[in-house]
Design a protein around this ligand. Structure first.
Ligand code: HEM
Length: 457
């Protein structure tokens, strides 16, 4: 089998350089070997791993070839957190069935009704910022994103259970991103509960407390009814599968933890990148402000979210540094032809979101932040894919885009954020969990208050 060219370095070295700095790895490999290129990474039998960025190849992987490909168990690492019933642990028809149950809750009218809550939660965060203070943007966005999940996804009302879950989830999400903790997820033999002071013991105890609160919430809702509620938990509680069966408590719990895990950090990171680009490109920030200033005080959340330049700024931030650099790896089940190559069974094919977004033939001057490129003709889903594609594409895309636009507009309309002198003008993305974000030292200073608030209806 003639594979696309690639590095001849030992697989250990290739793996280490991919882990140490994936963006540099992608840049170097694609410059040296073109598209597609082959990599050898350590693993069972070390199969060849081929990365693609051409829209035709990505389209084929997501659509026509999909029946000849299978998704590996890359998500297994999340099992201790999301449980066995989670959407991301399913394959085949069960996976499709679960997606069909989850999708309505995350799209359409019901979701858009949450716009005002998102704006209000953002306003509450802004009210806590004092003029002149310096903010760690990532941590502020994580706080807002967690509150949005508690309200919109979990459907919790402010109160004692809300506060307890907020505290516990905050701790859990911080812990799983720390190096000592995250290593345990990758190495199952380390997953030993040796008491409350052992790292895994701590994780298990926090998880138990969170589960107890979630099951109590589900029980309350089962006894009180879920009429007129449009939060995602309530919509899921009223959904039934093809056999007319509702989701069990364990299934509900596992889906909530999945949406939290995949929806919290990602959205906060997308927002952090937007603020980063706006402070680097003041003329773009000015143009966005001009657009928002035309709205007047009474603009409702949907009108705000429909502003074209606001949409373009959010899309461009997810293009230039996508939060996930790749779509899920696919293993070939049978030999397939793609881009003039024949790939034997067992080859791993990976659409590179990052490289697809940096193609100069799709995006002239790809390294420049230029929201204008999203004002004209729409890109195809194989040229622009920050939310992946195919049967496992992101189901939270509509919520993420809506939330990012509303949080951004609410902040910009109420307060001026300026570059903090402690911040370096150019930053390199750093890994945080499964996402790529500006480094922690990215801070902004709170300037003057501005008047406008997104409408409180
Ligand atoms: C800016 C924010 C977000 C980005 C960039 C993002 C990106 C992605 C990507 C790249 C994938 C994998 C797709 C593939 O392999 O092709 C994914 C999957 C997923 N995302 Fe998101 N996501 C975001 C927000 C959210 C939100 C808000 C939720 C839910 C509340 C969510 C829930 C999920 C779920 C459940 C999956 C797995 C789908 C499946 O396996 O069928 N994501 N996301």
């Amino acid at each position: 089998m003639v594979l696309p060219s690639g590095s001849r370095l030992p697989s250990l070295l290739q793996t280490l350089s991919l882990i140490a700095d994936p963006i540099a790895f992608f840049d170097q490999q694609s410059q040296r070997y073109g598209d597609p290129f082959t990599t050898r990474v350590l693993g069972i039998n070390s199969p060849p791993v081929v990365f693609f960025s051409h829209p035709d190849a990505i389209q084929a992987i997501f659509t026509t070839l999909s029946s000849k490909l299978e998704l590996g168990k890359v998500t297994d690492v999340f099992r201790p957190l999301t449980g066995n019933e989670s959407l991301i642990m399913q394959d085949g028809s069960r996976h499709q069935q679960q997606r069909q149950m989850l999708m309505p809750a995350l799209h359409g009218e019901g979701l858009y009704r949450w716009g005002q809550v998102i704006c209000d939660l953002t306003t509450e965060a802004i009210d806590r910022w004092s003029v002149g203070s310096v903010l760690k943007i990532q941590s502020e966005m994580l706080d807002i994103s967690l509150e949005v999940i508690l309200r919109v996804v979990f459907g919790l009302k402010p109160g004692s259970r809300y506060q307890q879950l907020q505290r516990l989830l905050h701790r859990l999400l911080e812990d799983i991103n720390s190096p000592t903790y995250s290593v345990q997820f990758f190495l199952p033999p380390l997953q030993q509960d040796l008491g409350a002071w052992s790292p895994w013991g701590q994780f298990v105890r926090i998880r138990q407390q969170i589960d107890a609160l979630l099951y109590a919430e589900i029980a309350d809702r089962r006894s009180q009814g879920i009429h007129d509620r449009s939060d995602i938990l309530s919509v899921l509680m009223s959904a039934t599968d093809a056999e007319g069966q509702p989701l069990s408590d364990v299934e509900l719990r596992d889906q909530l933890m999945t949406l939290l895990l995949l929806g919290h950090e990602t959205t906060a990171s997308g927002l952090t990148w937007i603020f980063y680009w706006l402070q680097r490109e003041p003329q773009i920030a000015d143009r966005l402000l001009q657009e928002l200033d035309t709205l007047g005080e009474q603009a409702d959340p949907m009108t705000v979210a429909n502003q074209p330049y606001l949409n373009a700024v959010c899309k461009e931030a997810l293009r230039i540094y996508p939060i996930a650099l790749i779509s899920q790896p696919r293993w070939t089940k049978e030999a397939i032809e793609l881009m003039g190559y024949r790939f034997e069974p067992g080859t791993v094919l990976i659409p590179s979101i990052y490289l697809a977004h940096r193609r100069a033939d799709t995006y002239p001057n790809p390294d420049r932040f230029e929201p204008e490129r999203f004002l004209g003709k729409a890109k195809s889903p194989y040229e622009y894919l920050p939310f992946g594609g195919g049967s496992r594409s992101c189901i939270g895309m509509a919520l993420a885009m809506y939330e990012m636009k509303l949080v951004l507009a609410t902040v910009l309309r109420q307060v001026t954020l300026t570059r903090s002198s402690e911040m370096l003008p150019v930053v390199k993305p750093t890994r945080r969990g499964i996402t790529f974000v500006p480094p922690k030292e990215f801070r902004m200073r709170v300037g003057d208050r501005r008047g406008a608030k997104v409408l409180v209806s």
